[in-house]
Design a binder for this molecule. Structure first.
Ligand code: NAD
Length: 259
């Protein structure tokens, strides 16, 4: 496979969570690879920074201010992006939130909020983009963002882990249903990555403990960087992964739970 398999020139990508962390790194890398990138997020200031950074680097990016947990907003943004660019080749559904609470203190509203963003938000984007790919006859690539928390569990991670397990299921089911259309669907399940999300939660005792534990459990002895996850997304989005679908890739520094 030539290295040019990673060339995304002429392709269009829709990236959620593009205002920060892994989503921002993903949007920037897909643009660097040649794609026109539609950047979606609810954080207007962060979105503006991402789009400006891509533009300054010579790439093409367009902002879409939205809340991924609102179906109508996601559908409208995907439709606008598809109209502007003709079709959509790539979805990277990265937007998500962390929530940490012990099982015995977890409230209905916590579970509902995290599910609405981390699972329904991914589902709405997958549905809207896949429908567009089918309508335009595009053999596209959909990449969802799950988490190593599904494999490891961890104190406080009930709500978060449940939503990411749901993303595993969505990814495998959608891959099966989209295969006949030539559309590939894969998930990325990162280990602990240093981003604003994890930095914020480092302030809580439970998350500082998790970060330290993950570093110790990795053969590489460290946590990861957003660009390292963006490269996994680029691989799955590109022709280099033309025979890869229904998979969960785990860029996690080799963390393996002994239990
Ligand atoms: N950082 C890690 O260690 C790690 C590990 C595994 C998985 N992940 C996943 O990677 C993804 C990105 O995480 P990150 O660490 O870059 O976090 P981050 O907080 O830096 O970025 C998340 C982005 O999602 C956006 N977002 C959140 N809720 C939204 C909503 N309702 N509508 C639109 N945008 C919304 C935020 O505004 C932000 O820009 C998440 O899905 C997260 O669960 C992160």
């Amino acid at each position: 496979m030539p290295v040019t398999a990673y060339d995304l020139t002429g392709r269009t990508a829709f990236v959620t969570g593009a205002a920060s962390g892994i989503g921002r790194a993903t949007a920037a890398l897909l643009a660097e690879a040649g794609a026109t990138v539609h950047c979606a997020d609810r954080d207007g200031a962060g979105l503006h920074e991402t789009v400006a950074e891509i533009g300054e680097a010579g790439g093409a990016a367009h902002p879409h201010l939205l809340d991924v947990s609102r179906r109508a907003a996601v559908e409208a943004a995907v439709a606008a992006a598809a109209t502007a660019s003709g079709r959509l080749d790539i979805l990277a559904a990265v937007a998500g939130v962390m929530h940490s609470s012990p099982v015995l203190e977890t409230r209905d509203e916590d579970l509902d909020r995290v599910l609405a963003i981390n699972f329904k938000g991914v589902l709405y984007a997958c549905q809207a983009v896949a429908r567009n790919m089918i309508a335009t006859g595009t053999a596209g690539s959909i990449v969802t963002m799950a988490s190593g928390a599904v494999d490891t569990g961890g104190a406080g991670l009930l709500c978060y882990g449940v939503t990411k397990a749901a993303v595993f299921q969505l990814t495998k089911t959608l891959a099966t249903e989209m295969g006949p259309h030539g559309i590939r669907v894969n998930a990325v399940a990162p280990g602990w990555i240093r981003t604003p999300m994890t930095e914020r939660h480092n302030n809580s005792e439970i998350q500082a403990h998790t970060a330290a534990l993950m570093s110790r459990m990795s053969p590489l002895g460290r946590v990861g960087a957003p660009a390292e996850i963006a490269h996994t997304v680029l691989h799955l989005a590109s022709d280099a992964a033309a025979f890869t679908t229904g998979q969960i890739l785990r860029p996690n520094g080799g963390v393996a739970m002994p239990w």
